[in-house]
Design a protein around this ligand. Structure first.
Ligand code: ATP
Length: 322
């Protein structure tokens, strides 16, 4: 049994202007000990997937499909069970540490909070655990008495990671954990994440718009476009879907400043979810699209060992001369 299984998961926001289909039928599984990356441009629905996993979406969002965490149906959980699952079985590290920390509470108290709220430790056990966690994320133990504004962005992100580890969850969901950081600090935090998931046998679902960041940490990658998965496969192998290829070309290597300044291969903008093009939603931006791409429905299908892609043209690539 997979640790996490998403079966045809959709997220629809209801707003005054109608329904926003942000996530459309995403199926994905994550095995124990595995690190899976979820990539896609801004607005592709990655964060909506992450928030749906622990039912953290606003009330305006409707989630359909099934989400199984260690075999248990997250969408059917009673409130008390859901609270127990959050932090202890799965926790989230959010984008930009500054949003996740309370500015008027000491770092140590914030890390201890999930342990105390879940009755997993006495106050003295919790403060010992806080020291241990600070060491694990590479911060001196005296930092427990600091306030968030006394820390750099990288140090705050380390605190967020310590909080996520506090209750020893089996799964960590990391949503753009390094996006707000400068390149050197980004590399240090990625190294830390790699080390912690290996040492503690934690599964990771990591979300980023930057495929090179994900490829650095993850075993498998799944690519989203306009709310759908367009490709999933091993992180090491070559991508087959034209969108994945364009995204990979836009971010060729971790921390390459040139690629940030001049993303290649991705002209135009993603579609408005309320006005999705027919056929393959990527066809208006696709450099190799043919007429059928604008009309024919495209589902994920096997295109190689452990790899699926939703593109009519994959497999016809020789004929296209690529
Ligand atoms: N509360 C909301 N109400 C209405 N629409 C929303 C809401 N939250 C997100 N959306 C829309 O859902 C779509 C997917 O957004 P989401 O944040 O999941 O994408 P993302 O890939 O994580 O992007 P980013 O990297 O910018 O966070 C977008 O079109 C977004 O505008």
């Amino acid at each position: 049994m997979s640790l996490l299984e998403l079966d045809e998961v959709s997220v629809t926001y209801r707003i005054a202007a109608g329904d926003v289909p942000a996530v459309r039928g995403v199926s994905l599984s994550l095995e124990a000990g595995e690190a899976v990356g979820l990539a896609g441009e801004s607005g592709s629905g990655k964060s909506s997937v992450a928030m749906a996993l622990l039912r953290l979406l606003p009330r305006s969002a409707r989630v359909d499909g099934r989400i199984l965490l260690d075999g248990e149906d997250v969408l059917a959980m009673k409130w008390g069970r859901l609270r127990a699952v959050r932090w202890s079985e799965a926790s989230i590290v959010f984008q930009g540490a500054q949003h996740g920390l309370n500015p008027v509470q000491r770092i140590g108290d914030q890390i201890a909070e999930p342990l105390l709220v879940h009755n997993l430790a006495t106050p003295s056990e919790a403060s010992m655990r806080v020291r241990e966690l600070l060491e694990q994320v590479g911060l001196p133990t005296w930092r427990a008495r600091s306030y968030p504004h006394e820390l750099s962005g990288g140090q705050r992100q380390r605190v967020m990671i310590a909080m996520a580890l506090a209750c020893s969850p089996r799964l960590i969901i990391a949503d753009e954990p390094t996006t707000a950081l400068d390149l050197m600090v980004q590399a240090q935090v990625l190294t830390l994440i790699r080390k912690l998931i290996a040492e503690h046998d934690i599964s990771l679902l990591m979300i980023s718009h930057d495929l090179s960041v994900l490829a650095d940490v993850c075993d498998r990658l799944a690519i989203m476009y306009a709310g759908r998965l367009v490709e999933a496969g091993p992180a090491s192998a070559d991508f087959r879907h034209p969108y994945s290829q364009a995204l990979a070309a836009a971010f060729p290597t971790v921390g390459d400043p040139a690629s940030r300044l001049a993303p290649r291969g991705l002209a135009g903008d993603p579609p408005d979810p309320q006005q999705l093009p027919g056929g393959c939603a990527f066809h208006p931006r696709c450099p190799v699209a043919i007429d059928d791409c604008s009309t024919a429905p495209v589902d994920l299908r096997d295109v190689g060992p452990g790899r699926t892609a939703a593109c009519l043209l994959v497999g016809r690539s020789l004929a296209r001369g690529n």
